[in-house]
Design a protein around this ligand. Structure first.
Ligand code: PGA
Length: 244
């Protein structure tokens, strides 16, 4: 199995380890693939703290986020552009124009997905890609059934995903039905991958991702096809795996 796996008793320690992992790969010209959601929030908090202590500069890097909701832009606090500003970009020294997120406000989402894919290959692929995992095993918004060789595309979000993300929107029905996501092809092209998972709700998806035959039924199982994947889990997310 190609994974380097670490399980943390203390979720804060996982956050610190994830921040250290990412910071160690920051150098001028690096291209960082970033994720949103609850899981990496603590990692971003630690990165901001490192920046404040003078231990980290993002001045020379470029970033690509995985995904964005169709119909939402940075002015909407529920957008992933707003999330990234709030949790990282406004607190650090990343240069304007150096971070990239699909434009959820492009009236032609298909065209936006193609534009983002072209930009990804022009400036990337990413040196590192940070990932969370959905309860249904999605990575980015690559829902179950997504072919492993698909590039950036418009996706109909699974009901499970809209349920999981309902809090910010008030109800699952209010969660946008569509999103633009980097594809599994983009994700697998990153030189190194860091997969983060916290909580018992992720335990079964983590087990299937790490231990079952790779299959589009569980998108995160595609990571078994990548040679350099680091997996950081809290104790709860690790409870269904056969090791350690
Ligand atoms: P979460 O989402 O970090 O909010 O649990 C992860 C994901 O759905 O990829």
């Amino acid at each position: 199995m190609p994974f380097s796996l670490e399980v943390f008793d203390d979720p804060r320690e996982l956050d610190r380890a994830a921040a250290r992992w990412l910071a160690a790969r920051v150098r001028p010209g690096a291209v960082l693939g970033l994720a949103t959601g609850n899981t990496p929030m603590g990692m971003y908090r630690e990165l901001v703290a490192m920046h404040r202590r003078g231990e980290l500069s993002l001045a020379g890097v470029r970033t690509f986020n995985l995904d964005e909701y169709v119909g939402l832009g940075a002015d909407d606090p529920r957008s992933y552009a707003a999330y990234m500003l709030e949790h990282l970009f406004r607190w650090v020294d990343i240069a304007p124009g150096q971070w990239h997120i699909p434009d959820g406000l492009n009236p032609d989402p298909e065209e936006e997905a193609s534009r983002y894919d072209r930009l990804y290959w022009e400036l990337g692929p990413c040196d590192v890609q940070v990932l969370g995992i959905g309860r249904n095993g999605h990575i980015g918004f690559n829902e179950p059934g997504t072919p492993f060789d698909q590039g950036t595309h418009v996706v109909e979000l699974a009901w499970e995903t809209r349920l999981a993300n309902a809090e910010a929107f008030g109800s699952p029905e209010a969660v946008p039905e569509r999103a633009i996501t980097l594809g599994i092809r983009n994700i697998l092209a990153a030189r190194e991958i860091l997969l983060l998972a916290k909580g018992a709700s992720k335990a079964e998806a983590v087990r299937r991702a790490l231990e079952e035959e790779p299959s589009p039924d569980l998108p995160a199982s595609a990571l078994q096809l990548h040679p350099r994947v680091t997996v950081y889990l809290d104790r709860e997310a690790a409870r269904a795996i056969s090791r350690p």
